[in-house]
Design a binder for this molecule. Structure first.
Ligand code: 5RP
Length: 261
């Protein structure tokens, strides 16, 4: 099965496998959303089954909650957990300061709340997510449905005075209808191409009435683990100011690949 995975899936798997090794018995763990985070959830389920770890997991979406329950993780809500030891999540982009764009999967609001309520956030990704400047990936902004067109117009007006290279915005759709988040909101994607000052943009966006949250994660992520299709991983730790390398052996994980058949 491992041989049938695409290089990109192997890269995501390798990053997830490395990240799961940071989880210790008794931890309360935030679980992200998306295809990379899904590998982490499966691998955590495997560790719980094989090692008998006592872990409580706080999911960042209904999709992640469903998967976590399927693989045997004890799922609780953030209000029950109150504070988390560690959150592991994917990202759409990260820069050299480990600032992120998230929300490609539409779960940015819960993801930001959960990551902020954690002692540590680890992002898992393939190398394609690494950028010098954020913004090639459209920045998701969650808005309340009431008056969303006015909110979008205000966002566009605000962008005129900010350091960005593009100013198009689109309402995210699910078929012909607006995409609706787990909180019942809409998402407006901002096609900015390059964001000169992510911190300023994030602050200004959240001042607009109707904006619930934006997908810029500034000073939240501690470690990024970048997986390669050959099992090589790079670990960038912003607090320790160091980059280390390791190797994941896919053969050790035949069980989890069988689970997916
Ligand atoms: C979901 C997210 C995801 O982490 C992000 O979109 C990356 O997803 P994937 O791992 O599938 O590339 O922010 O809201």
């Amino acid at each position: 099965m491992a041989a049938e995975l695409s290089p990109i899936d192997k890269a995501k798997f390798a990053a997830a496998k490395s990240a799961v090794s940071y989880i210790e018995d008794g931890m309360r763990v935030g679980m992200g959303t998306g295809s990379t985070a899904a590998w982490m959830v499966r691998l955590l389920g495997e560790r719980i089954r094989e090692e008998g770890l006592k872990i409580t997991g706080v999911p960042t979406s209904s999709r992640t909650a469903d998967l976590a329950r399927q693989v045997g993780i004890n799922v609780i809500g953030l209000d029950e957990a109150k504070w988390l030891d560690l959150t592991i999540d994917g990202a759409d982009e990260f820069d050299d300061e480990l600032n992120l764009i998230k929300g490609g999967g539409g779960a940015l609001l819960q993801e930001k709340i959960v990551a902020t309520a954690s002692d540590q956030m680890i992002v898992i990704a393939d190398a394609a997510k690494s950028v010098k400047a954020l913004g090639a990936f459209p920045l998701p902004v969650e808005v309340v449905p009431f008056g969303w067109q006015t909110t979008r117009a205000l966002i566009e007006e605000m962008l005129v005075s900010l350091d960005v290279l593009g100013r198009n915005t689109t309402l995210r759709l699910n078929g012909s209808q607006p995409y609706v988040t787990d909180e019942g909101n809409y998402i407006v994607d901002l096609h900015l191409n390059r964001i000169g000052s992510p911190r300023q943009l994030g602050l200004v966006l959240n001042q607009i009435p109707g904006v619930v949250e934006n997908g810029l994660f500034i000073d939240i992520c501690d470690i990024v683990i970048i997986g390669g299709g050959d099992g090589k991983i790079e670990i960038r730790d912003i607090n320790a100011g160091k980059v280390t390398h390791d190797q994941i052996d896919f053969l050790e994980d035949e069980n989890i690949f069988k689970d997916l058949d």
